[in-house]
Design a protein around this ligand. Structure first.
Ligand code: NAD
Ligand code: ZN
Length: 362
């Protein structure tokens, strides 16, 4: 039987997927890094491609985060510990882990870190956000503190999906969703779909989910058969879409979880809300957007936002291992690291009908 460390001799190359300011995508050989005293060397076994990875490759920036040199992509990863630094005490070689990729400063003088709001840490580094390389590589060193042990019942593929699930859980928590809330989810991409799974587990009812794409709505229905789907037409105005959503919901929404960041979809969410309802925007989009200001004002509709997540991994692991959330069907396409370009092609071409594309390495 081979051990976790054998892989270092069996697979000495550290392959990574990088992009650069010329919008190229390259599969490169890099050195196998040595873990520092508080770090573990991870053999990354599964990494999902996120919309932001595609966006960095195609557009070269997300807001103020600009690619100025080669950048390794990927931040949805799970793997196995193959080497530990001298101070590492909680984990050992052979442990299977999910990688939380936002690493805050954790200094006692940092207000955000000290008070537990570490996603707000001004010094946070996020793997795959320029200039810090991502985890879409065979070997990656990661601080022990931000590795979450996986039970045997959770596969590496599911472990990598704990990252988008973390976004959904943070959204559910911050939105204040309650049992029996009439909910609309705008957008059935990976984030909308994991939000659907989480909202279903949290007993929101009824739930309507929208998308432009009927394949994505079919996926939503197969994940949660009781969900009601509304296909949005690009030609339709937001009020008309909202009317169809309210018909499907048979009421106005107490809560809308917006998972597209598209202006017209945010408008639709606002028009679908009841007096005193709220639109919780997970989606990110254009720097400046208009909102139906007076409609929201006259109906006391709260509009709130999310920036990543904090303290979600342990909860995500528990929800999956206890069987309340099944992430497995979300992975529709699988590639090896060597097939990195094909993987990004599948993730960025709607004709491929992918939901979540993952790169696997054994
Ligand atoms: P995605 O692009 O794969 O999915 C978006 C879905 O929305 C697609 O299926 C698309 O067909 C659908 N859509 C587009 N316009 C629509 C419209 N007008 N009405 C209904 N549906 C429409 O993206 P994803 O990976 O699922 O992520 C969703 C959003 O969440 C993105 O904007 C992403 O950047 C954002 N995000 C935010 C955070 C955060 O911390 N706030 C974290 C992760 C992702
Ligand atoms: Zn901090």
């Amino acid at each position: 039987m081979s051990s976790a460390t054998d892989v270092l001799t069996r697979k000495p190359k550290n392959i990574a997927i990088e992009t650069n300011p010329s919008h190229e995508l390259n599969v490169v050989d890099t050195d196998v890094p040595e873990p520092g005293p508080d770090q573990c060397l991870i053999h990354v076994r599964a990494t999902g491609i996120c919309g932001s990875d595609v966006h960095f490759w195609k557009s070269g920036n997300i807001g103020d985060s600009v690619i100025k040199c080669n950048l390794g992509l990927g931040h949805e990863s799970a793997g196995i510990v193959v080497k530990t630094g001298s101070n590492v005490s909680r984990l050992k070689v052979g442990d299977r882990v999910a990688l939380e990729c936002g690493i805050p400063c954790s200094k006692p003088t940092c207000d955000a870190c000290r008070t537990g709001r570490y996603n707000a840490c001004p010094e946070i580094i996020f793997y795959s956000s320029p200039p810090v390389h991502g985890t879409l590589r065979r070997y990656h060193v990661h601080p022990e503190a931000w590795l979450h042990p996986l039970p045997d019942s959770i596969s590496y593929e599911e472990g990598a999906l704990l990252e988008p699930l973390s976004v959904a859980l943070a959204g559910i928590e911050r939105s204040g969703l309650r049992l029996g809330d009439a909910l609309v989810i705008c957008g059935a991409g990976p984030i909308g779909l994991v939000s659907l799974l989480a909202a279903h587990a949290a007993s929101a009812a009824p739930i309507v989910i929208t998308d432009l794409d009927e394949n994505r709505l079919a996926m939503a229905k197969s994940l949660v058969p009781r969900v009601r789907t509304v296909q949005i037409q690009r030609s339709e105005d937001a009020k008309a879409s909202a009317n169809r959503i309210k018909q499907a919901l048979r009421q106005e929404a107490k809560l809308v979880i917006e998972c597209t960041g598209v202006e017209s979809s945010i408008h639709t969410g606002i028009y679908a809300s009841r007096f005193g309802g709220s639109v919780f925007v997970i989606g990110v989009g254009k720097d400046f957007q208009q909102i139906p200001f007076m409609h929201a004002s006259f109906r006391e509709i709260d509009i709130r936002f999310l920036f990543r997540y904090r303290e979600t991994y342990p909860k995500a692991i528990m929800l999956v291992s206890e069987g309340l959330i099944d992430l497995k069907p979300l992975v529709t396409h699988r590639f090896t690291l060597e097939q990195g370009k094909d993987a990004f092609e599948a993730a960025s071409n709607p004709a491929a009908k992918a939901v979540k594309v993952q790169l696997l390495d054994d």
